[in-house]
Ligand binder design. Sequence first.
Ligand code: BDP
Length: 596
Amino acid sequence: MLKPRSTATREQVNLDGIWRFAIDGAAGPEPWNGPLDTRLEAAVPASYNDLFTDPAIRDHVGWVWYQRTVRVPRGWTDERVMVRVDAATHEGKVYADGVLAAEHIGGYTPFEADITDLVSAGDEFRLTIGVNNELTNVTIPPGTVTISRSGRREQQYKHDFFNYAGLARSVWLHSVPPVHVTDVTIATGVEGTAGTVAYTVETSASAPVQVKVLGADGTEVAAAQGGNGTVRIEDVRLWRPGGAYLYDLVVEVLHDGEVVDSYTEPFGVRTVEVRGTQFLINGEPFYFTGFGKHEDTPVRGKGHDDAYLVHDTQLMEWIGANSFRTSHYPYAEEVLEFADRHGIVVIDETAAVGLNLAVQGGLTGRPHDPTWSPETFGEATQAAHARHLQELIARDKNHPSVVMWCLANESSSAEEGAREYFEPLVKLARELDPTRPITHTAWLGATGDNDLIADLFDVVTVNRYYGWYIANGDLETAEQYLENDLRGWIEKFGKPVMMGEYGADTMPGLHSVWDVPWTEEYQRAHLEMHHRVFDRFEAFVGEHVWNFADFATSNGIHRVDGNKKGVFTRDRRPKGAAHMLRARWRELNGRKPPAR
Ligand code: BDP
């Protein structure tokens, strides 16, 4: 889905700001049918949970309602009028003056409502957006709604981050001409000193199309006629990790020789390839250094925040991180655009986190329900997962920063049924995007010996917590476990292997001269132990520490005001380990250390 942009033929109005707000039940039976009867107002973009002091809002399970008045610009008489919701977590409904105009399931991908027939240029209308935060076994991510002893509806889920909800990203009113570009797909290659740009344009009705490629200074460097084709850029400037260069593809739709729609899609020319046990960007081996992140900040929850985006990127540059994974859901498009412009490498992950009932069994030793079954995660879950994957790739396919798709985090990949579940999804991902490698992160219970799906993917990504959940406080034992474990994956699959997560919860300010978990020294020693092991393997291609910053989770006896595995605190101050990482990663500078 194209991002709304203002161009010579398109306009947009940003609808961020303060909206009237109510949780379901507090604003009448049909809140969309009139002015919302409420004293509350909420900020957009922001998750609503931490904005208010009322626990009934923070822990609400079900629909909430946002409403505001919007005026359609008077010049839009001949345009199609669209509302674009960048994210309604996890389900959204858009009403224009009481008429349902669009609905969408999936909390981290955008959707649009065409409201042309419901509004008039120059006039105001009432825009109501309903958002539902419920997770079930047929949503991605999954969850279960239960009724507590006191009769309250409660949301259970298997993922380790707070179920923030609401309108966490921007909402737009935008115009498109009657005949317009609906999709653009760009795939780049390199031939000697030239770049090749294969493009496909889709339009709302059949019409002639022309394209041109502009360099960063606006100079035209290539052009072509037709809705698809390949253009060459001589003396191309490549997009490189740490050295971004972007071109613009300007797409024009013609009618009687006149341009009736124009859309600009930035792109970078670069190649990505897995060869043997190497991960190559532009033909050169790339070593990932960085983090699994979260969209998580105080007060805003998962609300996108440009200030944090800039600051987090500064901190990543400071520490020498060249990459991150969008654990555990697609991030705001602004984040990827920023990464495109700043040469940051991204592993783009779906919201499929928590497809694993073996975790609980593994930790408690008690029998668990099968993960892959019609009653738990079956065909309907798989269909939701496929739809979500499709939406993710449709949204993010043209970002040069995205070098790999991660189809799921820590699903139960060693359990019967995993292969049947993942095979069609892998096939779909490869059809939708033949240009990028794919991966899946393996949880602690899946090893090179028992995993059933790793061979379907290009890169083996493992998440490991030796020295934390296993051999806590005993780094010597942890080191042996880790080395054996990694060797198992490397020898079995002959693919590049990277660490998707490793880390230790750490309370800033807690210190010890011994290996005491939760201290700043322990975090550092724990990470250093991992680095010793990583550097022993030729096939090892990267290290993503868990996590960039401390983040909010649901309550639990193993969480102290959230997950504390951040290298930075939630307010982005470095813990001691940050300085060690900075020294190592700046020295590595995207290259693998020689195997020791
Ligand atoms: C991993 C999960 C991650 C958790 C982490 C942890 O992938 O979401 O936050 O464990 O326990 O299993 O800190």
